[in-house]
Design a protein around this ligand. Structure first.
Ligand code: PEP
Ligand code: MG
Length: 597
C-alpha cells in the first residue's frame, strides 16, 4: 500500500529485519529477459575450471527451465508455437558454441558471462543480416536463450550484488536466499522486496546478516527510481521514498536511540539467562556461515543451536566435499571455544535451491523432496559425507548432529543406520570421533508432533522448527505474502503442539530447543518460557533482548500466561496474554521493537 504526502511517499509492509537505514535506492529490475553486454572481468588461470563449471551449471539450469516450460505449454499453445522451446533447447545444446565459450574462458581468461555474450553476439550479428526472414528471426531466439543463461549466471539480477560499488538500499521484486547470502554487507544498507514473508529464508538471512529488511512491499518497484533517497525502518516495516528534511531528522534520531539500546543490551551479554525464580534457558545462535560467529559471540550466545549447512552448497558450481565440511566444522568449534554446536544436515528444497543439487521443478516444493527426503532418496553420498564430517569434527568439541524435516520414525531408523555405517568406516580407518554424539531431530511437521512420544525414545534432543511447523500446520506457504496474515506462531494450535512436544520430551528425559524465528521474537518469549522450552536458538542480534526479558520473567507467571494462551479462542487473544505480561515487565522492548517513531 502506498500513501503520498507531497513528494514524500510512505510504504507499509512486513518488517523482516530490524534496523534503520538511510541511503540511495538501487532498483534491480529483472534483467532475465534483457540482452546486454555484461562487465568483462579477468579470471585468474587457476579459476578457469570453476568458471567453466559456473557456465555449465547455468546452461544446465536453463535447459531444465526450458524443458519444464515446454511441458507446461504443451496443450496450451499450438504445436508450432511450442516448438519454439525445442529451438531454444537446441541452442543450449549447441556444442560448437559451448566450445568457443570454454575456449574464451580458458585461453583468454574472460569471465563466463562475458565470454558467453561475446560468442553468442557474433552469431546474432551474422544471422541478423541474412536476407531470409525465417533465419533472421532465429536471432531473436538466440537472444532470448542467451538472456536466460546470462540471467542465471548473474543471479538473475543482472547486477552482481556481491560487488556493489556504492552503499545502497536494494529494491527488488524478489531475492532468492542464495542471492541474499552473497549480498555485500558493507554496501547493502538495507533491502526491500515485493515478495516474501517474515519467515521466508530470505528474511531469516537478512536478520543473520544484520541487514535491515522489509518484505512483501507490493508495488514498491513502481514508485522508486534509482538514486532516490530512501529511509527503511526495519522495526515497523516502513519505507519512505524521498523523505522531507524533518522526516529524515526523526529517523536519524531513532537510529541513534536504536544504537544506544543495543549498546546497553550488549553490556548485559554476560548475565545469566535465568528467570527471577531460577529457570535457566540456554540462548543459542542460528548460523548460516562462519562469518556470523564473531557477532554471535559478541551478543553473548551460549552455543550454536542451529548451523544451517545448506548455505555451503549455494554458490553455483560449488559442492563441498567431506574435507571442506570437516574443516568448516572444526573451525566453528575452535572459534566458539568449546561451547555446544548443533550441526543440521542439508535442508535444501522448498525455497532454498542449489543449482548443483537436483531439486528443481517440483509443483509443491515445500511438500516435496526436501531435506532428509532428498538426502535419503537421491543424495546419499552427500549425506554420508556430511555425517562423516560431523563425526570427525566431534572429536574436537561439543558437537551434536540434527536431522531436518522428519515426519516418521522410519526415517530416524534409516538415518541412524547410515550413521552406524559411517561410524564403522571411521573406526576401520582409525579416526577419532565421539561415539556417543548426541543425535537430534527437528520437529517441524505435524506428524512428528503427533508421534513425539515415539520419536523421543529414539533421539537425544528435539529442536522445534516453528517456521515450518506453522507453515505445515496452518497450511500457509511461508514465502507467500498473500497469506502472511494467517501465519501466526501464537495460534493456540501451535502452542498446544509445542506443549505436546514438551510433555513427550519430559517423559523421556530429553531436552528441547526452539530454533524457529519465534524463539528470537520478544512477543513470544513469555509463552515459550511458560511452556518450559530449555533452549532458544535465534539470529544473534535478538539474543540481548530475549535475555533481558527472561531475566525479568518469573517461570510461574509465564506458565500461567502460556496456559491461558493455549485456552484462548483466537490467535489475537493468545498474543495479547503474552504482550500484556511483556509490557508490564519490559516496556522498553515493547517500545523500541513494536512502535513507530
Ligand atoms: C524452522 O523450520 O523453524 C527452521 C528453523 O528451519 P528452516 O527455517 O531452515 O526451515
Ligand atoms: Mg525448517
Amino acid at each position: 500500500m502506498s500513501v503520498t504526502h507531497n513528494i514524500e511517499k510512505v510504504f507499509h509492509a512486513t518488517a523482516a529485519s530490524l534496523g534503520i537505514a538511510i541511503g540511495p535506492a538501487l532498483v534491480i529490475r529483472e534483467l532475465h529477459k534483457s540482452y546486454a553486454e555484461p562487465e568483462d572481468k579477468v579470471i585468474p588461470p587457476e579459476d578457469s575450471d570453476c568458471e567453466v563449471e559456473r557456465f555449465n551449471v547455468a546452461l544446465d539450469q536453463a535447459r531444465d527451465e526450458l524443458e519444464e516450460l515446454r511441458v507446461r505449454i504443451q496443450g496450451v499453445l499450438e504445436e508450432r508455437e511450442a516448438n519454439v522451446f525445442d529451438a531454444h533447447l537446441m541452442i543450449v545444446d549447441d556444442k560448437m558454441l559451448m566450445d568457443e565459450v570454454e575456449d574464451m574462458i580458458r585461453r583468454h581468461h574472460h569471465c563466463a558471462e562475458y565470454s558467453f555474450f561475446k560468442v553468442v553476439d557474433r552469431y546474432v550479428t551474422a544471422i541478423s543480416v541474412m536476407p531470409d526472414p525465417y533465419i533472421k528471426e532465429r536471432a531473436a531466439d538466440i537472444k532470448d536463450v542467451a538472456s536466460r543463461v546470462l540471467g542465471l549466471m548473474l543471479n538473475r539480477q543482472g547486477v552482481a550484488l556481491d560487488k556493489l560499488t556504492e552503499k545502497s538500499i536494494v529494491i527488488a521484486h524478489d531475492l532468492s536466499p542464495s542471492a541474499t547470502a552473497t549480498l555485500d554487507r558493507e554496501k547493502v544498507l538495507a533491502f526491500v522486496i515485493e515478495t516474501g514473508s517474515n519467515t521466508s529464508h530470505t528474511a531469516i538471512l537478512a536478520r543473520s546478516m544484520q541487514i535491515p529488511a522489509i518484505v512483501g512491499a507490493k508495488g514498491v518497484m513502481q514508485d522508486v527510481e534509482n538514486g532516490d533517497l530512501l529511509i527503511v525502518d526495519g522495526f515497523v516495516g516502513t519505507v519512505i521514498v524521498l523523505p522531507e528534511g524533518d522526516t529524515r531528522k526523526l529517523y536519524e534520531a531513532k537510529a541513534t536511540r536504536e544504537e544506544k539500546f543495543y549498546v546497553d543490551l550488549m553490556r548485559e551479554s554476560k548475565l545469566r539467562s535465568e528467570t527471577t525464580d531460577g529457570f535457566a534457558v540456554q540462548l543459542a545462535a542460528n548460523l548460516e556461515s562462519l562469518d556470523e560467529v564473531e557477532s554471535a559471540i559478541k551478543f553473548g550466545m551460549y552455543g550454536v543451536g542451529l548451523f544451517r549447512t545448506e548455505y555451503m552448497y549455494m554458490t553455483p558450481g560449488k559442492r563441498p566435499g567431506e574435507e571442506e565440511l570437516f574443516n568448516t566444522f572444526r573451525k566453528l568449534i575452535a572459534e566458539i571455544n568449546g561451547k555446544p554446536v548443533v550441526i543440521r544436515t542439508l535442508d535444501i528444497g522448498g525455497d532454498k535451491l542449489a543449482d548443483n543439487l537436483g531439486v528443481i521443478n517440483e509443483t509443491n516444493p515445500f511438500l516435496g523432496l526436501r531435506a532428509i527426503r532428498l538426502c535419503l532418496k537421491q543424495e546419499r553420498q552427500l549425506l554420508r559425507e556430511q555425517i562423516r564430517a560431523i563425526l570427525r569434527a566431534s572429536a574436537y568439541g561439543n558437537l551434536k548432529i540434527m536431522f531436518p524435516m522428519v515426519s516418521c520414525s522410519e526415517e530416524i531408523v534409516e538415518l541412524k543406520s547410515i550413521m552406524q555405517e559411517c561410524m564403522g568406516q571411521l573406526d576401520r580407518e582409525g579416526r577419532n570421533f565421539n561415539k556417543n554424539i548426541e543425535v537430534g531431530i527437528m520437529i517441524e511437521t505435524p506428524a512428528a508432533v503427533a508421534v513425539a512420544d515415539v520419536l523421543a525414545e529414539m533421539v537425544d534432543f528435539f529442536s522445534i522448527g516453528t517456521n515450518d511447523l506453522v507453515q505445515y500446520t496452518s497450511a500457509i506457504d511461508r514465502d507467500n505474502e498473500a497469506v502472511a496474515y494467517l501465519y501466526r506462531p501464537e495460534h493456540p494450535a501451535i502452542l498446544k503442539m509445542i506443549n505436546q512436544v514438551m510433555e513427550a520430551a519430559r517423559n523421556k528425559g530429553i531436552w528441547v530447543s526452539v530454533c524457529g524465528e519465534m524463539a528470537g521474537d520478544p512477543r513470544y518469549t513469555p509463552l515459550l518460557v511458560g511452556l518450559g522450552v530449555h533452549e532458544f536458538s535465534m539470529n544473534s542480534v535478538a539474543i540481548g533482548a530475549i535475555r533481558r526479558i527472561i531475566r525479568k520473567l518469573s517461570l510461574h507467571e509465564a506458565e500461567e500466561v502460556a496456559k491461558r494462551a493455549m485456552a484462548c479462542r483466537t490467535s489475537d487473544d493468545a498474543l495479547n496474554e503474552s504482550l500484556q505480561l511483556l509490557a508490564k515487565i519490559s516496556p522498553d522492548i515493547t517500545e523500541l521493537a513494536f512502535k513507530g517513531i
